[in-house]
Design a protein around this ligand. Structure first.
Ligand SMILES: [Mg+2]
Length: 266
C-alpha cells in the first residue's frame, strides 16, 4: 500500500510571521524553526515539534509539497533534511522530480491550461490597470499572474468584479494574505497530484490546503484536512476535516492528522 500525501505549504504547513496567529503570552509561545529565508532574513516557520513529525511523515509515506510557488520560490523552503523526491509547483504547472523540472509535464500542462482560456497578457493587462492599491505585479512561470495589494485599501466589490471578469475568460482568482492570484481554470493542483499518484502507484491520496486554489486537490483526495483559517475556512468548505487550532499550531495538527490517517490505511 502506497499512501500519497499531497500538502499545500503556505499557511497550511509553513507560516510567515504575519500568518503565525500566536495569541497567548510571549512567555508561553512555542519554539519555532525557520524553514525559509529570503534575502538573508527569516521568512517562514514551522513549530519545532512539527519539523520532527514531518520527518517521520516523509519516512512513512510519499510526501509531496503542492504549492502555487514557482520552482524558484519553492527552492527557498527547507522543510525536510532531505528534499522530497516529488514536488508540485506553480499550482500544478511544474512537476519537480529529484529537484529537476519534468519538461514533458510542463509542456502538457501549458497546452491544456491555454485551451479555452484567455491569454495571460490579457489578464496581466487588467491587473496593471487596477489602481493604486496594487503595490506590485508579477507573472509566474509564464502561466499565471499575481499582485501584492494593500488589503485595507481594496475597493468594495473589486475582487468580486475581478473574479466575474476572470470567470468569463476561464480564469479564477484567489486572495491569500496580501496576494491576489489569477490562474487559468485548467491549471490545477489535483491534476498534478493524480500524475504523481500514477507514477508512484499510490493507492490512497491524502491532502491538505487552506485556499480556494487547494479546493480541487482536497476534492480529489480520499481524505482531506484543512486549517481553521484561510479562504476555505472563510467560505465554509465542508469537504475536509478541520483543525481545532488556527495559525501555526494548525500546521502540526495537519501533520499529525496525515500520520494518523496513513497509519490507518496501512
Ligand atoms: Mg496555502
Amino acid at each position: 500500500m502506497t499512501v500519497l500525501v499531497c500538502s499545500d505549504l503556505d499557511r497550511t504547513l509553513i507560516y510567515s510571521a504575519n500568518a503565525l496567529g500566536l495569541t497567548g503570552p510571549d512567555a508561553a509561545a512555542p519554539r519555532l524553526l525557520c524553514v525559509e529565508t529570503y534575502r538573508n532574513a527569516p521568512l517562514s516557520y514551522v513549530l519545532e515539534d512539527a519539523a520532527a513529525e514531518l520527518e517521520a511523515l516523509a519516512d512513512e509515506t510519499v510526501f509531496v509539497p503542492v504549492t502555487t510557488r514557482t520552482p524558484e520560490q519553492y527552492a527557498r523552503v527547507h522543510l525536510l533534511r532531505r528534499p522530497p523526491r516529488y514536488a508540485i509547483c506553480a499550482n500544478g504547472g511544474h512537476l519537480l522530480v529529484d529537484g529537476a523540472d519534468d519538461p514533458g509535464w510542463s509542456a502538457a500542462v501549458r497546452s491544456a491550461a491555454a485551451e479555452g482560456a484567455a491569454p495571460l497578457a490579457e489578464i496581466a493587462e487588467r491587473m496593471a490597470a487596477a489602481g493604486d492599491f496594487v503595490l506590485s505585479r508579477r507573472t509566474a512561470a509564464d502561466l499565471f499572474a499575481y499582485a501584492v495589494v494593500d488589503r485595507a485599501a481594496l475597493p468594495d466589490g473589486w475582487l468580486a468584479d475581478l473574479t466575474g471578469w476572470c470567470a468569463e475568460r476561464n480564469w479564477r482568482t484567489s486572495l491569500q494574505g496580501r496576494k491576489v492570484y489569477c490562474l487559468p481554470a485548467g491549471l490545477t493542483k489535483a491534476a498534478a497530484a493524480r500524475e504523481v499518484a500514477a507514477r508512484t502507484g499510490a493507492t490512497t491520496l491524502l491532502a491538505a490546503g487552506d485556499s480556494l486554489l487547494d479546493r480541487d486537490l482536497l476534492e480529489a483526495a480520499d481524505h482531506a484536512v484543512r486549517p481553521a483559517h484561510g479562504e476555505l475556512h472563510d467560505t465554509g468548505f465542508a469537504g475536509a476535516d478541520v483543525t481545532a487550532a488556527s495559525g501555526v499550531h494548525a500546521g502540526i495538527e495537519i501533520t499529525r492528522w496525515f500520520r494518523r490517517r496513513a497509519g490507518a490505511v496501512e
